[in-house]
Each structure stands twice: as C-alpha cells, then as structure tokens.
Design a protein around this ligand. Structure first.
Ligand code: NCD
Length: 305
C-alpha cells in the first residue's frame, strides 16, 4: 500500500479528510511548481478506458500522465472488441493481463467502476473518470482546487449548483466534496424534471434560479444531459435560457465577487450566457487548467510508494 492508504480513486465519499486534504495540497504544490514533478512516474503505463465521449477529462488525464513521464494508451470503445460483443468484464480482464499500472475509466452505468475495482486484483489502480449519474471525483477535486485558489477556505461560502442536477455526476460529487469541506450552504436549483427525487446530503432545493443565486458566493452551472434521459418535456432552448440561463443580470443578484464554475462542455445561450462564461467572474478556463494538476496529483498519490 502507498503512503496515502489510497489504492483506487472511486469516489469522494470514501476519502478520509486526511486523504482529501493531501490530494488538494499536492494539486496546489504541483500547480505552483510543475517542473519538480516532471517524470516522477517515468515509464509507468496509464490506460484511458472511456465508454463515453470526453474532451477535458480524457485529454487532461493523458497530459497529466505524460507530464509525469508515463506512457498512455487510449482505449477506444468503438474500435475495440466491445463492438464484436465482448462483455465489459472480459475486455477489462484482457487489459489487466497486459499489466498497465493504472486505468482511468469512464462508463455510463452507475457503480460500474466500483464493480470493476472489485475484479481488478492487487496490482492495478483504478480511477473513476466519471460514472453514470453518480460520481466524478477528479472533477470535484478540480472544482475545489479552483475555489481554494480564490478563497483560503470554503466554509463560509454559499454555493449554488444549477441546471440538470438529476443526471449530473458532477453535481453529486461536488456536493460530497463541498460538504466534506464544511461549505455553509449548498443550493441545488433546476426545473422540476431535472431535480433529483431527494436532495443530496443537506443541500437546499430551489425551483427558481433568481432565488437560488441571491447572495451566492459561487454558482456552478450545468448543461442539460440529453443523452442520459428519454422523454422529458422540457421547454425549448430559448425558453429554458430565459428561466434557467445565467446571464449578467441574474449574476448581479449574487454576491458582488461571486465566482462562476462550469465543468464543460458549455452550451452557450442555453444554461449560460457568453458574457458570463467569458466574463471576469468566470473560472471555467482555470478549472480546465487545474484539471491537469489534480490528475497529476491523483496519479502520483496512487502510484508512488
Ligand atoms: C461532465 C461529465 O462528463 O460528467 N463533463 C466533464 O467531465 N467535464 C459534465 C457534462 O458532460 O455535462
């Protein structure tokens, strides 16, 4: 076992406070001095095993690994034996036999990464790179690192998460990490059809965006994840934007120095206005930038003995 006691990164919930703090701290250290960490995992192998589309997460895992001197193999599900009917468990065992050091997995089914971890055996580390609607731990870590660059601690903040909460693993992992970090109030806002049946942790549910942003210190906007649901009667994009889009006027109801997050991909003019996404309060680009440092920190934590 490595020093951190962390073998796989499956979710935020099972991280101890100490493990979480260590990951956040290491991410910031790497961000401040990336050269010190160059090639620390020379010759080790990462497989990116993605069963869903991804730009930011997949590429930042690849860049993070390469900055650490690792070799990266990108498994492409549409070019693999998955299309010949091979079961995921068999595909996974096949990869394991080739003895990579770590596999980052994105899969549409809730709980799939934990299931594979149970099959993985002792010599391979797994990282959950986004799992169904429930977990996206590296996104939550990068959201926290980004906010910690602007606030010494998060406990006094009101954080609003708005949009398609129901289908969002980003929202669930964000609530987990912000709760662990003692955020004073977490608000979830969205149209009824896109809210979860029950709240997550102690988050307060809002059915009106104007009320949910009132006095907020951070607003995280989420896109509608159409690919995760069938028939839901939602207003068209223009009507959705009028009611649920974050534009400059709505943002002015939040705290004066309110920061804006979005995990991407952004749908401009649907959940967020360009003037906000590209505005001075937006941390969207910083989030992407921090994603590489966070993933370097995760790889180092799992692989360094
Ligand atoms: C998110 C995801 O895949 O859950 N994107 C990301 O990882 N940055 C959010 C989304 O797809 O809307």
């Amino acid at each position: 076992m490595n020093q951190s006691g962390l073998y796989h990164l499956l979710d935020i919930e099972s991280l101890s406070r100490q493990q979480l703090n260590a990951l956040l701290e290491l991410s910031s250290l790497i961000r401040n001095d990336p050269a010190t960490y160059a090639n620390r995992l020379d010759g080790r192998v990462l497989v990116n095993m993605f069963f869903e589309p991804s730009t930011r997460t997949r590429i930042s895992f690849e860049i993070a690994a390469k900055r650490l001197g690792m070799h990266v193999v990108n498994f492409q599900s549409d070019l693999s034996s998955s299309v010949k009917g091979e079961a995921l468990a068999d595909t996974f065992q096949t990869l394991i036999e080739m003895q990579p050091d770590v596999i980052a997995i994105r899969h549409p089914h809730d709980g799939m990464v934990a299931e594979l971890a149970a099959e993985a055996g002792p010599s391979i580390h797994l990282i959950n790179a986004g799992n169904g609607c429930i977990e996206h731990p590296t996104q939550a870590l990068l959201d926290a690192v980004t906010l910690l660059h602007h606030h010494d601690d998060l406990d006094h903040l009101i954080i609003t998460i708005a949009g398609d909460i129901c289908h969002s693993r980003v929202a669930r992992s964000a609530v987990e990490i912000f709760t662990k970090m003692g955020v004073s109030q977490i608000r979830l806002a969205g149209p009824e059809e896109l809210l979860p049946a029950q709240s997550i942790r102690d988050a307060k549910i809002f059915s009106c965006l104007d009320e949910a942003v009132d006095g907020a210190n951070v607003i995280m906007m989420l896109r509608i994840q159409h690919e995760r649901f069938g028939q839901v009667s939602l207003p068209d994009n223009d009507a959705f934007y009028r009611q649920w889009g974050l534009d400059a006027e709505r943002l002015s109801k939040a705290a004066a120095d309110c920061l804006v997050l979005h995990p991407g991909p952004v749908n401009r003019g649907v959940e967020i206005a360009s003037e906000v996404a590209d505005g001075t309060q937006s941390l969207i680009r910083e989030q992407v930038n921090n994603g590489v440092f966070v993933r370097m920190a995760v790889l180092l934590t799992l692989l360094e003995v």
